[in-house]
Ligand binder design. Sequence first.
Ligand code: ADP
Length: 271
Amino acid sequence: MAKTDGQRWRVGPGTKVHLDKIDTRSTAGAPGDRAATDEAVAGLLGELQGLQERLYAEGKQSLLVVLQAIDAGGKDGTIKHVFRGLNPASCRVVSFKVPSEEERSHDFLWRVHNKAPAKGDVVVFNRSHYEDVLVVRVHNLVPEDVWRPRYEMLNDFESTLAAAGTRIVKLYLHISKEEQAERFQARIDDPSKNWKFRTADLEDRARWDAYVDAFEEAISRTSTATAPWYVIPADRKWYRNWAVSRILVETLADMDPQYPPAEDLTGVVIT
Ligand code: ADP
């Protein structure tokens, strides 16, 4: 695998993202049709497992994966399909909900910082510190002069994590408004999916354009060399799983975790 494959989806520092120019149904670079791509994903997940074990054994670096999307964008499906093979001893998913009263009585990063990965760990943020410039902006939960300075604060926060050995990969799952409609409808029509749908989701759907603006600005202003954003075409779930798996394998391979040197075991025989 070429080292630079993830660059297909990566947002270069300082680049202004236009989401409407990125095809949500793209399958660019996929190894073949759906079946061939699923097979490739299985291979990548095997690689991921091996790399995670080395990261854990090494105990010097960590990986933070930030997952963001519009409702029904596929965050849960990505977690289920891509992270299922990892060793739970050193992999954790943290889901960020509406902040509690205690969380709201602190600065917006307070609840996030101590969920960041310890050395050796992989942590997935299902929603994240970015909600504070996304839902908060779209719903006017705080005035603009409060949320606007947060882009810089987000960059500073991520620099702090990076300086402590954390690699940060930020994934935006990019679906179309039509695809969201189909996924919502499936959640309404299929009783086993009803639990995933809330009528409040429609209020957010009505604010689609405001969310697109908020995502575009957040991604454009916070995609840095140390913590890049990747925009993943995600209408096709099989392509999304493949793209995410590739980015993770590529990132971990680049981190190149090493097993720690063994003790001198010459002549040691267990009796
Ligand atoms: P999900 O949609 O991720 O599967 P939920 O249905 O529990 O999970 O939704 C979590 C909700 O919490 C979302 O509506 C999200 O916008 C909200 N949320 C997360 N972080 C914040 C925040 N910092 N401020 C306000 N709302 C937030």
